[in-house]
Write a protein that binds this ligand. Structure first.
Ligand SMILES: NC(=O)c1ccc[n+]([C@@H]2O[C@H](COP(=O)([O-])OP(=O)(O)OC[C@H]3O[C@@H](n4cnc5c(N)ncnc54)[C@H](O)[C@@H]3O)[C@@H](O)[C@H]2O)c1
Length: 240
């Protein structure tokens, strides 16, 4: 049987959020903290109170998760939000640019998931929430590397979900639409205004409007039936 251990929900959960120093990850870390959970933030930014990590570096990921585990005791929930976005038409894209995006946005998710899956299966409870993007579904001009990485995150989440669901380790992804964060700061105001006008909701989302989807996926019983799903807080931009 696949029954969650009810006693786990009487206490606070131990949550790791990568990329939790900014944007969507920060909003998710804040929301878990506000709901009484213990949160370790892993980020490249080196901000005070965070554990330094480069999610694309195997040794760095190993060390950061060891530090998180010694701080939290265990890891019940992993949110992979670390990511970067650069832009280039494919014909001008350097291999270095392609490789950097795949390394951070896709390989980073693999490396971080690998750190927690075994222990989550052993404790027969775990939730992994990977922040993908709606561009995994619709693609984006100048974003072939990013779109491919995010489609990889969605597929990785489905495959891992199949491996772990019987042990009550549930893996899902969130595919946000455009969200007001530093990630989109570099995009021209002109493009953003046109994009907003084309959205059914006529506006980008806010990080705090994505965070409740992560809380839902981590919740009991609310998240119990989501396995390998892709949830889309996206202002109506994509309706799969
Ligand atoms: N903002 C959007 O419109 C949007 C839409 C869809 C998906 N996303 C995804 O949401 C996630 C969060 O993005 P955001 O918009 O909050 O951006 P953000 O730039 O505000 O936050 C990203 C965080 O990831 C960290 N980071 C980057 N590279 C890292 C690395 N190698 N190792 C560790 N940490 C690293 C950064 O330091 C930063 O704190 C990303 O995966 C992004 O692709 C964002």
């Amino acid at each position: 049987m696949n029954n969650p251990d009810a006693s786990r929900f009487a206490e606070s959960r131990a949550v790791v959020v990568t990329g939790g120093a900014s944007g969507i990850g920060k909003a998710i870390a804040d929301a878990f903290t506000a709901s009484g959970d213990r949160v370790a933030v892993l980020d490249r930014s080196g901000m005070a109170g965070t554990i330094a990590v480069d999610v694309s570096d195997e040794a760095s990921v190993r060390a950061a998760f060891a530090a998180a585990r010694s701080e939290l005791g265990t890891i019940d929930v992993l949110v992979n939000s670390a990511g970067l976005l650069t832009e280039s038409p494919l014909e001008d894209m350097t291999l270095a640019m392609w490789n950097e995006t795949i390394a951070v946005d896709l390989t980073g998710v693999f490396l971080c998931c690998r750190e927690v899956v075994g222990a989550m299966r052993q404790q027969r409870w775990g939730r992994i929430i990977n922040i993908a993007s709606q561009l995994a579904i619709k693609g984006g001009t100048g974003l072939s590397h990013y779109s491919a990485a995010k489609a990889g995150v969605v597929a990785l989440s489905k495959a891992l979900a199949l491996e772990t669901a019987a042990d009550n380790v549930l893996v899902n992804s969130i595919a946000p639409g455009p969200i007001e964060t530093p990630l989109v700061d570099g995009i021209s105001e002109e493009w953003k205004a046109a994009k907003r006008a084309g959205l059914p909701l006529l506006r980008f989302g806010l990080p705090a409007e994505v965070a409740p989807t992560a809380l839902l996926l981590a919740s009991d019983p609310g998240g119990n039936l989501y396995v390998g799903q892709t949830l889309g807080p996206n202002s109506g931009d994509v309706m799969p």
